[in-house]
Design a protein around this ligand. Structure first.
Ligand code: ATP
Ligand code: MG
Ligand code: MG
Ligand code: MG
Length: 469
């Protein structure tokens, strides 16, 4: 079987062989974009090259970029444990052309990688193109020999990428793999496209235009290419499993969890094992890149993720800190590709252990309160906002944790009443002379940001899109 580590290497080596400079992953905390929470796509570190503000070291690059999608415009936190294909941390493999090759070569490379390097059966593959992009459709027809039924035209923003309200933009073309009719879900563009049968493995972005303020678009003098393939998704295909969490890397992590938690990853416990494995990766990689759990900014996103994982640990029976004990297993799976993990081992373990010890002081009582208060609720009901606020304020439950617990039972939280309680408390602390800028502010801040998306959110003082890819 081809391992995740071998698949990553095969991709990087293929493009290196075809004139691309291999570059290491940039850190998860964006270096060039204060409006963005975390790097969420392979192109992010190259933004200034695509806009022309910086000159590339070479016209072609290939990377495996660490990505986190757990807030802002791209938030996959609520998908984890529910879909076969989403993580909050994942690796995006990508080849880039900075004004060098364009659509013809990009499509030819992609086709050769999936069908020759990776040996996928063309019958299982189909592609989407932007509805107006006749050029891409014609190239696919020629390169792959697909007829029109396998080249699906999409007219939504799913197939038109833009960096922000102005700047580089262009159509994209995505490659999908059909995992077979036993799995629910329809092809892209159909009403049930969000199912897990047809899984999007690779997005090719053709940066072709420059969007000007006021609506006009001009052709870029040197069009560019940006692509992104999910390493975990292509690994699932190549390892003949349907769910990303069944690939070798996750099997290794889940085995370590079984021994640390003393439970088996089966039945209704399986989702907890998967969530912990996902959140372990996100937490450890964020800590290795210098983020620590806190009550504000990026640190609060990290704390929310850690506490979600720790609640699942509690479901598996943890009554003392255990999550930190998974660090060596993660390093053994990923430490060679990402040496920063090994270097940060002590910091990762200490942060995880302290956070779990702290949360465990209130977690059990908080869960009992939630049980008691939701006893009288039926499916479709909302938990009173005052209770959610008490869980937040007294027991350290971020709102999204309470929502996540209730969602599994078909219940919600009365968020308006939660906000009202928060407001009352802030008024109180203001009256008592405490400064604002506390955890309460951040709780609301992040929700507003999640709702409006990073593109429109100007809280950091600057409007900038996170990019579709
Ligand atoms: P989806 O529609 O499945 O949510 P996407 O369109 O949001 O994916 P892109 O933004 O196009 O994804 O990112 C490029 C590639 O990165 C995707 O084709 C996919 O292979 C991978 N990818 C995106 N999000 C995730 C995730 N949360 N976990 C794992 N892989 C992902
Ligand atoms: Mg998505
Ligand atoms: Mg998509
Ligand atoms: Mg996509």
């Amino acid at each position: 079987m081809t391992s995740v580590n071998q698949i990553r290497e095969a991709f990087l080596a293929y493009f290196e062989k075809h004139g691309h400079t291999r570059q290491p992953s940039a850190p998860l905390v964006p270096q060039n974009d204060p409006s963005l929470l975390f790097v969420n796509a392979g192109m992010v570190p190259f933004k200034n090259i695509f806009t022309g503000a910086e000159t590339p070291v070479s016209p072609r690059a290939v990377t495996s970029q660490k990505c986190v999608r757990a807030g802002g415009k791209h938030n996959d936190l609520d998908n984890v444990g529910y879909t076969a294909r989403h993580h909050t941390f994942f690796e995006m493999l990508g080849n880039f052309s900075f004004g060098d090759y364009f659509k013809d070569e990009a499509i030819a490379f992609a086709w050769e990688v999936v069908t020759k390097e990776f040996g996928l059966d063309p019958k299982r593959l189909l592609v989407t193109v932007y509805s107006e992009d006749d050029e891409a459709a014609a190239i696919w027809k020629k390169v792959a020999g697909f007829d029109d039924s396998k080249i699906i035209r999409i007219s939504t923003s799913d197939n038109f990428w833009s960096m922000g309200d102005t700047g580089p933009c262009g159509p994209c073309s995505e490659i999908f793999y059909d995992h077979g009719e036993d799995i629910p879900g329809g092809p892209p563009g159909s009403p049930d496209e969000d199912g897990d049968r047809f899984i999007e493995i690779w997005n090719l972005v053709f940066m072709q235009f420059n969007q000007l303020a006021g609506g006009a678009r001009e052709n870029l003098p040197k069009p560019s290419i940006d692509t992104g393939m999910g390493l975990e998704r292509i690994s699932a295909v190549l390892q003949h499993v349907h769910n990303n969490y069944e690939i070798d890397l996750f099997r290794g992590l889940i085995e370590a969890e079984e021994s640390v938690y003393g439970a088996r990853a089966t039945g209704d416990k399986l989702a907890s094992f998967r969530v912990i494995a996902d959140h372990l990766r996100t937490s450890a990689f964020l800590i290795a890149d210098g983020v620590l759990p806190s009550n504000e900014g990026r640190g609060y996103v990290l704390r929310r993720i850690m506490r979600r994982a720790m609640r699942h640990g509690h479901l598996l029976g943890a009554r003392e800190p255990l999550m930190y004990k998974l660090t060596p297993a993660l390093i053994s799976e990923m430490g060679e590709a990402y040496p920063e993990l090994g270097r940060a081992k002590a910091a990762i373990e200490a942060a995880l252990e302290q956070e779990e010890a702290r949360f465990q002081r209130t977690l059990g009582n908080g869960l009992s309160l939630l049980e008691k208060e939701s006893e009288t609720l039926k499916q479709g009901d909302a938990l009173p906002g005052e209770t959610a606020f008490k869980l937040y304020d007294t027991y350290g439950f971020p709102l999204d944790l309470t929502q996540d617990i209730l969602r599994a039972r078909g219940m919600t939280v009365d968020v308006d009443a939660f906000d009202a309680s928060m407001e009352v408390q802030r008024e109180g602390s203001r009256a008592a002379g405490f400064a604002s800028g506390d955890q309460a502010t951040d709780e609301i801040w992040f929700r507003v940001r999640d709702k409006v998306g990073a593109t429109n959110f100007t809280g950091y003082g600057k409007t900038e899109g996170t990019g579709k890819l």
